[in-house]
Design a protein around this ligand. Sequence first.
Ligand SMILES: [Zn+2]
Length: 329
Amino acid sequence: MKPQLLTAAALLTAVTFTAHAQAPAPVTPESLVTAAKRAAGLDYAGTFLRICVAPDNLNAGGPRGAAPETRTVPDRALWYARPYKVFDNLYFIGTRIHSAWALTTSAGIIVIDTLFDYAIETEMIDGMTALGLDPRTIKYVLISHAHGDHDQGAALLQNRYGAKVVMGAADWDSTLQRPASAPGGVPKRDIAVGPEGLKITLGDATVDVIATPGHTPGTLSYFFPVKDAGRTLTVAYSGGTAFNFPRRAANFAIYRDSQRKMTEVAEAAGPTVLMTNHTEFDRAYDRARIAQLPRAPGEKHPYETDMATVLRYFEMAANCAEAQRLSTQ
Ligand SMILES: [Zn+2]
């Protein structure tokens, strides 16, 4: 009798599950925003507001964030940040607003993102020198996407130090259309990354470059190892965040799919650090400074979290994009 009873119970459970599966809750922009809010939690609340609650392209006439046509230099007090060693092999050389990093390897330096041209000398060159790094050993400059706040330093680092500039193929196309008088100049095409991505190895470090179109057609994101007091952690670096592209369903689908791709790669790579290239999205300026403080025994690095928290970033971003895609149809 008992086995039969169990079988009946199991059958009933199966029927219940089937009934649920047949009538899933409808996916709506509202349900996706709710899911994104849950995924964001307190970790990504600001990013959630920026892309889920008030996306930049909601009422905008066209893309924003492109390189300004005329060079404007804001008051230094608004952007200047001191440089900081943040991990054993990763140095913050960005401004209060935009991140730039020097990743040191056994065979030279990989620079990750540059800044507006007014900040290159002060933040990146002087910053590296102040930290004991030699800018002449820069071998690669990775550009997450071709907007002026991240790429205007590329030409200088290429011309002065012979560094190879790495950019998404579609973003090279737009970059090479700029006039020679564009702020920071125009870099020559070095390494163009296609949809299949690329691994860049320099000495003892490898950066896994992932094509994540969406913010721009050639946006790149990265996975790379950093060391915290000798312990290796994996960073997931998201190369483009805001919805400032033309508001079309197809564009949101591309963005969404890139976030899902990052989730897939992250599940295999096991990152416990999430970085972006605007300090508002990953608190880089604050974390770089907190990293200078002594830590209690067992206290984590201010950038270290767990893999589930990193994955929630990409889940939030995919849900926000899908919510916007559905609302534009
Ligand atoms: Zn941008």
